[in-house]
Design a protein around this ligand. Structure first.
Ligand SMILES: *Cc1c(COP(=O)(O)O)cnc(C)c1O
Length: 225
């Protein structure tokens, strides 16, 4: 795995996608998802210029944080059990998987600072997917005013496993539309300026549709286990 080379390919693909839509490439940040690789490989990624790391398990986050520390920005991207919240809070900069009221309550209660959260939305409505349904998101975000330690920085989604470009595009553009709806409320606790969408197979489409964070594992750092 030549991470440096992978990163430069991904960066140039992102630039191309931005060019098509008159976006600035610097508005798209790359999260290296290291859940399938060792801490050593995550270190290599950081040496290659990665500034954001994403993990989907509390254990993985903790293990890698202990070596890499605050040199990078930490993203928790996996589904989060309420009883695990207190384990990850010391390490995270962003939580991408806020999807229910009970979780918001727990984060707010345990946090000693304001936590940047993405609301995870299940745009496609597939039952196997985590996240809340799109039509519930607006009222959920409104409820977040009760929680002083939660800031809704944006929305996150995972697209269905599909090769069909139009299917993917419509999922991403639905999330963008939802973001516009939330932003029009001008909530102080929910600036909602970010969109976390796009993975190894679909990040170029996601960037064309407005992603500000892409979460890339396999095609950046590979898969070791
Ligand atoms: C694993 C994972 C990714 C990265 O997936 P790749 O296809 O390997 O790029 C992105 N987001 C979430 C939530 C994940 O769990």
């Amino acid at each position: 795995m030549n991470i440096q080379q992978n990163l430069s390919v991904i960066q140039s693909n992102i630039s191309e996608a931005c060019k098509k839509k008159n976006r600035k490439p610097e508005d798209v940040k790359i999260i290296a998802v290291t859940k399938y690789v060792s801490t050593e490989t995550a270190e290599d990624a950081v040496k290659s210029g990665v500034e954001h790391i994403g993990e989907n398990r509390p254990e993985g986050l903790k293990e890698k944080y202990e070596v890499l520390g605050d040199d990078v920005t930490w993203h928790f991207i996996g589904s989060l059990q309420s009883r695990k919240v207190k384990e990850i809070l010391p390490y995270v900069d962003y939580i991408h998987s806020l999807d229910r009221l009970s979780l918001a309550k727990e984060i707010d209660k345990r946090a000693d600072r304001v936590i940047n959260c993405f609301v995870q939305v299940n745009v496609s409505g597939e039952e196997t997917k985590h996240g809340m349904l799109a039509e519930k998101t607006l009222s959920f975000v409104d409820n977040m005013k009760e929680f002083p330690n939660i800031r809704i920085v944006g929305l996150m989604t995972m697209a269905p496993h599909s090769e069909d470009e139009e299917t993917l595009r419509s999922v991403f553009s639905t999330l963008k539309q939802l973001q516009n709806d939330i932003q029009s409320k001008h909530y102080e606790f929910a600036p909602c300026t970010e969109l976390s969408m796009g993975m190894s197979n679909d990040y170029e489409i996601a960037v064309q549709e407005g992603a500000t964070f892409v979460r890339i594992g396999t095609s950046l750092v590979g898969k070791e286990f």
